[in-house]
Every structure is written in structure tokens, then in C-alpha cells.
Design a protein around this ligand. Structure first.
Ligand code: DC
Length: 210
């Protein structure tokens, strides 16, 4: 069986990489891993139990990934804090690499999927947007969910998370040298998907589905 493509998508919070990853996975019929969920699960469990993030990351259970609180901004901040710990990253590496090595191919999104997890991925995307555009989107999402917040606060939290994710010593957020840069500041999800798909098709990958 020919190995399917591995598509590695990285970028800061709120740039639209999760939505893009899901759409590409559906289009190509590939399994998708949101690697941020692993860090969120470690961060949330560490906050709830007071346990050591390194130990928690070594023994994550499927039920840890099902907690509805994982999607909150608090879990995102907790994830960003435990993600600076080298031992946590090392403990989560194997699972992510095995996911990427499936014969079908796979889509992974996160901060280091193209640089550390799958440096040989044939397709790498680096999805960005200005911090103002990302904060505006996040603010609207939160308001739509009924969360009471203000724009300056969302912007400050986003900038804080960007700084921590980019300045850490262990696998900081950065584009792989061969990544295709997609700035979604002035794009909606459809335009971002079309641009990413055009790039992937130029690389020679096409959907074989119906
Ligand atoms: O993509 P996200 O917002 O769910 O990620 C939450 C945090 O997890 C993010 O701020 C940094 C960390 N993370 C990471 O360090 N490496 C990844 N591959 C994915 C996420």
C-alpha cells in the first residue's frame, strides 16, 4: 500500500489551523490529531489534581481527552504552561509520531508538528494571522458561547500565550524552513482552505475519495 500524505499544520492560537486541519482531513479522508488537546489534557489535569505535569503526561488516559473543559481558554493557558517542560514534550512525542506514521497518512496540527514531530512531512503549512485578527475572532467565539469577557483581555491573553509558546527553549513555535505560509488575517475559512488545497495539489496530492 502506498503511504498517504502527512500534513503538518502549525501556527499560533486563533489563526484557524484547527478548522483548516479538520477540513483537509475530511477532504483527503485522513485521520486528524489536534496535538494541542494532549497539552490541554496535561495542563488541566495538573491544575485539577495538583499532580506533576511530567508524571501526568507519561500516563494520559483516553478519558482525559474527553473532558469538555479542554476547549476553554483556561485550559489553553494551562496547556501553554506545561508545554514549556521538556519532559512533558518528550513523553507526548511517541504517541504523536505513531499517529503520523499510520499507513493512511495523517493530518496533525499544533506548534511543532512540522519542526519536531514530523520533520519529514511532505506537506507543511504555517498558518498565521495578526494578533488583533486572532483576538477579534476569539472574542466573537466567546461572546457567541455566552462567555462574559472584554476584547482587551482576550488580546492580552493571546499575546501572553504567543510569547510563551514562541520564546520557550523546548520546541518553540516557529515555521519549518519548507513550510507554506498562510496569513489568514483577511481570509475566511473557505479562502484559507482553498489556498491550502491549491498548495497541496501543487505538491502532487489529490483526494482519491468520491
Ligand atoms: O492549539 P491549542 O490552542 O489547543 O494549544 C494549547 C497549547 O498547547 C499551546 O498554547 C501550546 C501547547 N502546544 C504545544 O506546545 N505544542 C503543540 N504541538 C500543540 C500545543
Amino acid at each position: 500500500m502506498t503511504k498517504g500524505p502527512v500534513i503538518a499544520i502549525d501556527g499560533p492560537a486563533g489563526a484557524g489551523k484547527g478548522t483548516l486541519a479538520r477540513r483537509l482531513a475530511t477532504h483527503f479522508g485522513l485521520p486528524h490529531l489536534d496535538t494541542g488537546l494532549l497539552y490541554r489534557a496535561v495542563g488541566l489535569k495538573a491544575e485539577k489534581t495538583g499532580g506533576s505535569p511530567a508524571e501526568i503526561s507519561a500516563g494520559l488516559e483516553p478519558s482525559d481527552l474527553a473532558d469538555p473543559e479542554l476547549r476553554t481558554d483556561e485550559a489553553g493557558q494551562a496547556a501553554s504552561k506545561v508545554a514549556v517542560i521538556q519532559q512533558v514534550r518528550a513523553n507526548l512525542l511517541d504517541f504523536q509520531r505513531k499517529f503520523a506514521a499510520q499507513a493512511t497518512g495523517a493530518v496533525l496540527d499544533g506548534r511543532d508538528t512540522g519542526t519536531v514531530i514530523c520533520p519529514d512531512a511532505p506537506v507543511k503549512l504555517f498558518v498565521t494571522a495578526s494578533v488583533e485578527a486572532r483576538a477579534e475572532r476569539r472574542y466573537r467565539e466567546l461572546r457567541a458561547k455566552g462567555v462574559d469577557t472584554i476584547k482587551p483581555r482576550v488580546l492580552a491573553e493571546m499575546a501572553e500565550r504567543d510569547r510563551r509558546d514562541s520564546e520557550r527553549a523546548a520546541a518553540p513555535l516557529k515555521a519549518a524552513p519548507d513550510a507554506y505560509h498562510l496569513d489568514t488575517s483577511d481570509m475566511d475559512a473557505d479562502a484559507a482552505f482553498a489556498a491550502a488545497l491549491a498548495f497541496i495539489e501543487r505538491k502532487g496530492f489529490r483526494s482519491t475519495g468520491p
